[in-house]
Design a protein around this ligand. Structure first.
Ligand code: PHB
Length: 564
């Protein structure tokens, strides 16, 4: 078994919480597997007994971090709240990502931000371009320092002990099998190469990656120094390209100056943030929303799941979410207060996390999350999309109401909707559309919900052709209808698209309140009256939209979630 996200050789502290270690192990194995493993796959990957795997999976499912689908255990977007806690506490994405995104647009090349993670680098942001010829990493991916451009820059700050750790890792894992994000390396370079690159990086203030990861992949990097940390490197900004567009030398000659200009803006941003940072220190200890009532929740979970609920795992995981924006460093007292856990419980969880490398002591009896927290589910989920987030919720809704459900967006021209996700029922007579199908927006419930969110001047509905005797064909009537849809929060279309077809739709909103998609239930008119539709189906639909929106809020906080 190759060593992946494993522990140091250090002995497990006596106070460490075994179920928490096992639960984290399950999350690691699921992450490495791309998000899904069968229970027996987990049994093999963790070496745990099946009954233990089942109890951990039930507990994680209860927390909303995985869902159980037949024999499969699947990470859910909700697990990203762990990585979000780290990224929010770090504070860098909030300050720097708009600058990285602007540079990516300016250069039409991918731009990323990476932090140091022991002798590796871990990505905290990716502004990627869609191209056939590009291998791009995901937020949370860990790379060996010596095969990257940021690596030598971080190494300029390594202590002798850190260099030693790096040499030992190279000796025990020469092919980089402990870094699942990179292709293994059959012919490792000598240590001296990296030592030379680090010396060079110290002199130059920038570094290159000339196809160290894969043939074709090149990068140039510049450190972003944090005045709040005495000018130490906070993160490294990278421009990534392909040799078909730029050689490594080319990157240095043509794009380095623009990367440097962006880094200057980023450093200015960090200086500006000095003030708010110290103010927010005073907020330390205030409980973040959502953690109150933990005791009641734990009690109910125990009642419902009995032995299948591993309380110490659930309690331990909440400790990570005590950290967040303006809550970078927390004392044991802060953590206990924020989570509502007894001090002794919080302390044992922190000791466990320190052992797992997820938490470090940051001077003065305070604790902070480490970048490794991103290894808990973030990489596979940071590339998710709204249809993927919505699908399990659509399936559940379809099962509950025994009708087919769909998700759709407006096409760029704005006069049509396009189905992006769907869950059908087993009924013989069910509404028959597939993902990708386009229909006129004005005559569908999905379309009306999407149009209703637009300012009237931006509603490009095109000619209103009568598709059935009931179709609204008068523009003024449609405008009134859309205004009503906006006010009511739903659209009901009764046999206007097709005779015998009735459907009801609600909006799905992103973190900013913008409608990004619409969700509907469609059925044959004979099955439910209009009134029954509103009374029975609409509440279910709204609840489902709420669940999709909750997932989207978590997933979209630091990662970009595509609507298609
Ligand atoms: C990336 O962002 O994908 C990246 C950055 C630096 C490297 C390689 C890849 O050296």
């Amino acid at each position: 078994m190759p060593a992946k996200t494993t522990l140091d050789d250090r002995a497990v502290p006596v106070e460490a919480v075994t179920p928490l270690i096992r639960g984290v192990g399950v999350l690691w194995r699921l992450t490495e597997a791309g998000g899904t493993l069968s229970a027996s796959g987990l049994e093999r990957a963790t070496g745990l007994a099946r009954s233990t795997v089942d109890r951990i999976a039930s507990t994680l499912a209860r927390m909303g971090y995985v869902r159980l689908d037949g024999r499969d255990v699947i990470l859910t977007p909700r697990v990203m709240e762990l990585g979000n806690a780290y990224l929010a506490a770090l504070g860098l994405p909030a300050l720097l990502t708009s600058h990285a995104d602007a540079l990516a647009d300016e250069l039409d090349e991918s731009v990323s931000l990476a932090v140091a993670d022991r002798d590796g680098i871990r990505f905290i942001h990716q502004a990627t371009r869609r191209r056939a010829m590009s291998l791009s990493f995901r937020i949370g991916d860990l790379l060996p320092a010596e095969r990257t451009a940021p690596g030598p820059l971080f190494a300029t700050e390594w202590t002798a002990a850190e260099w030693q750790t790096w040499r030992e890792r190279r000796a025990t894992d020469p092919e980089d099998r402990g870094f699942p994000a990179v292709p293994p390396q059959p012919h490792p370079s000598p240590d001296e190469d990296f030592e030379r690159r680090a010396a060079r990086a110290r002199k130059d203030g920038w570094a290159l990656d000339d196809q160290l990861i894969e043939p074709g992949l090149v990068a140039v990097s510049v450190p972003v120094r944090d005045p709040r940390a005495g000018g130490r490197i906070a993160c490294v900004a990278n421009v990534v390209s392909h040799t078909s567009r730029h050689t490594a030398a080319d990157l240095r000659d043509t794009l380095l100056s623009r990367l440097r200009a962006t880094v200057a803006k980023m450093e200015h941003e960090l200086r500006e943030a000095l003030q708010p940072q110290s103010q927010s220190q005073s907020q330390r200890g205030a409980a973040p929303a959502g953690l109150t009532g933990l005791a009641a929740w734990t009690g109910a979970s125990k009642q419902e799941l009995g032995r299948e609920f591993v309380e110490s795992l659930a309690r331990g995981l909440t400790v990570l979410t005590a950290f967040g924006e303006g809550r970078t460093e927390l004392t044991l007292t802060d953590v206990a207060r924020a989570t509502g856990l007894a001090r002794a419980t919080a302390r044992r969880a922190l000791i466990t996390y320190e052992h797992l490398g997820l938490v470090r002591q940051s001077g003065n009896r305070a604790f902070a999350l480490t970048p490794r927290v991103l290894s808990l589910g973030f990489p596979p989920l940071s590339r998710t999309s709204l249809p993927r987030i919505a699908t399990p919720h659509l399936t559940e809704l379809a099962t509950r109401v025994h009708e087919s459900t769909s998700l759709a967006v407006l096409t760029p021209s704005g006069d049509e909707i396009q189905y992006t996700a769907r869950a059908a029922t087993g009924r013989v007579m069910s509404v028959d559309v597939t993902v990708g199908t386009r229909l006129p927006a004005y005559a569908t419930s999905l379309g009306r919900v999407l149009l209703a969110d637009l300012p009237p001047a931006d509603r490009h509905v095109g000619p209103l052709s009568p598709l059935t005797p009931h179709t609204t064909t008068d523009p003024a009537t449609l405008t009134t209808t859309l205004d009503d849809v906006r006010k009511q929060g739903y659209a009901l279309v009764d046999e206007e698209l097709e005779a015998g077809l009735r459907s009801v739709a609600v909006p799905v909103r992103d973190r900013t309140g913008r409608v990004v998609a619409a969700l509907n239930v469609a059925m044959h008119a004979a099955r439910r009256s209009v009134e029954e539709c509103v009374r029975e189906v609409l509440p279910e639909l709204m609840e489902t939209a709420g669940r999709v929106e909750a997932d989207l809020r978590v997933a979209g906080r630091f990662a970009r979630v595509g609507v298609e």
